[in-house]
Design a protein around this ligand. Structure first.
Ligand SMILES: NC(=O)c1ccc[n+]([C@@H]2O[C@H](COP(=O)([O-])OP(=O)(O)OC[C@H]3O[C@@H](n4cnc5c(N)ncnc54)[C@H](O)[C@@H]3O)[C@@H](O)[C@H]2O)c1
Length: 442
């Protein structure tokens, strides 16, 4: 596929201010907001963010054209971003960040004024869906549809009060209990009726997603709960011309899996088993200590290896490998998760080998730049006329949303190629195929 020079002129410029709203003002959201403000004040660098630090090669290798993505694509400037949030816990972003314990005082105190001014709006929240959180800052309404209308009013007010040109929503709230898509989620008519009937299969995250789409606001889902990933809302996003994406930020262990597994497969090495365990002590870990919330997470984490390794295509290498994922809530570690992976692989003539990974990661430090990139790229996609599921953003997700019936692509490097080629396509540049024969045609 080649680029079309007309494409570029079809992208609306990033003029005016961009609002980023997060349902959830916990560890991830506050680390994200604090980081952006620190970068704006020249106190830190946006490490981990493609929109801020990555380059993109254009044309042939001999042309030496590799601009920064942010110089190539019209993205909102960090200085033009305004933040807002909803949370059932009424703490402002400074208090929430202190409690989350991710960032140290030396990073929080210089931006205390900025963080203290971000106060969460009352949340659409029900304990049935997140059992371990007990908040008071919660919306009341006559039914779920009424609550969704209140979220829509919040979005409009936030936009007006801050003089914003555009808004994006990134779900950074707790993981809800496991729900399977049902008839309530099949069409927008059924979904609206179910909201009016207070159906217990309509989760708060779906109300935010519905409100976003109705307000022409792109929606990104950082948690594994269904939220926008139901036929009714996918169709509604297409009909209303709104980009959506999900699910579940790809940060620590799963990110590693999508780096290592493609490597094994590329070399046709076998896999007998992959055992992953984590200890985690933040509030997310506490929520995931509830088996119903963990089931949502587990589903999201387990699908990755099968899709990458394709045991049906390579039965000699991958048939029946064992895959176990555990998350253990262990308060002393706070946000500093420790993950262990034991990977039993098989080589030439069936000889076994082992790989051990001990990853001492910081969950929210890995998630924060993902929130920024998703917000900026989704806003760009909207201005470029993209709508519905944005599969090119699957680079950032553990369980990428795809068109119905399509296997998601989990391999990080294929996802990266897809992301960059989409940017080239939208900006009217040639696709890069890496064929490279032209360099050898004498
Ligand atoms: N940090 C990571 O590496 C990572 C990776 C993938 C996914 N996630 C997901 O991101 C989400 C946020 O993680 P975190 O570490 O910030 O958790 P956290 O517990 O620190 O923050 C979540 C916040 O969401 C709030 N909340 C719960 N239900 C809400 C609702 N209906 N509306 C608005 N707010 C609500 C909670 O009160 C809490 O303040 C979790 O779902 C987590 O699973 C995180």
């Amino acid at each position: 596929m080649t680029g079309s020079p007309d494409k570029k002129s079809e992208v609306r410029p990033a003029t005016g201010k961009l609002g980023i709203l997060t349902p959830g003002l916990g560890a991830v959201a506050t680390t994200f907001m604090a980081g952006v403000e620190s970068v704006r004040r020249g106190l830190s660098k946006p490490i981990g963010s493609l929109t801020q630090m990555a380059t993109i090669r254009l044309g042939k290798r001999t042309e030496n054209r590799s601009p920064l993505i942010k110089d190539f694509v019209p993205l909102a400037d960090l200085q033009d971003i305004v933040f807002g949030a909803w949370d059932p816990i009424p703490d402002d972003a400074y208090t929430a960040a202190k409690k989350a314990g991710v960032l140290e005082d030396r990073d929080l105190e210089p931006i205390k004024d900025f963080l203290s001014a971000i106060k969460p709006m009352p949340a659409a929240f029900e304990n049935h869906f997140v059992t371990r959180i007990h908040g008071t800052n919660v919306k009341k309404g006559k039914n779920k549809r009424d609550i969704a209308e209140q979220i829509r009013a919040d979005i409009r007010r936030f936009k007006e009060e801050n003089g914003l040109d555009r808004v994006v929503i990134v779900w950074c709230a707790s993981t809800e209990i496991y729900i399977k898509p049902g008839p309530q989620h099949a069409t927008i008519e059924a979904f609206e009726k179910a909201m009016e009937a207070n159906d217990d299969q309509i989760a708060p995250s779906m109300l935010y997603a519905y409100a976003a789409i109705m307000e022409n606001v792109p929606f990104c889902n950082g948690a594994p709960n269904l939220s926008v990933d139901i036929p009714a809302l996918v169709q509604c996003a297409i009909d209303r011309g709104v980009p959506i994406s999900g699910k579940d930020f790809k940060t620590g262990q799963t990110w590693m899996k999508t780096v290592i597994a493609p490597g094994l497969k590329a070399r046709m090495l076998g896999l007998e088993g992959w055992y992953s365990t984590n200890i985690l002590g933040n509030r997310d870990g506490e929520v995931l200590d509830d088996p119903a919330s963990f089931k949502t997470k587990e589903e999201s984490k387990l699908s990755v290896l099968h899709t990458i390794l394709q045991p049906d295509k390579y039965p000699d290498l991958y048939d029946g490998f064992s895959h176990v994922v555990r998350i253990n809530y262990y308060p002393p570690r706070g946000d500093n998760k420790e993950g262990w992976d034991n990977i039993d692989i098989v080589g030439w003539m069936g000889y076994p080998m082992q790989i051990k990974v001990n990853f001492l990661c910081r969950d929210s430090i890995l998630a924060a730049p993902i929130v920024l990139d998703l917000a900026l790229f989704s806003d760009f996609a909207h201005r470029a006329g993209m709508k519905g599921i944005q599969e090119w953003l699957s680079f950032y997700y553990k369980s990428p949303m795809t068109a119905p019936g399509l296997q998601p692509e989990h391999d990080l490097f294929i996802q990266q190629t897809k992301l960059k080629n989409t940017l080239r396509h939208l900006m009217g540049e040639e696709q890069i195929t890496h064929l490279g024969l032209e360099y050898y045609a004498s």
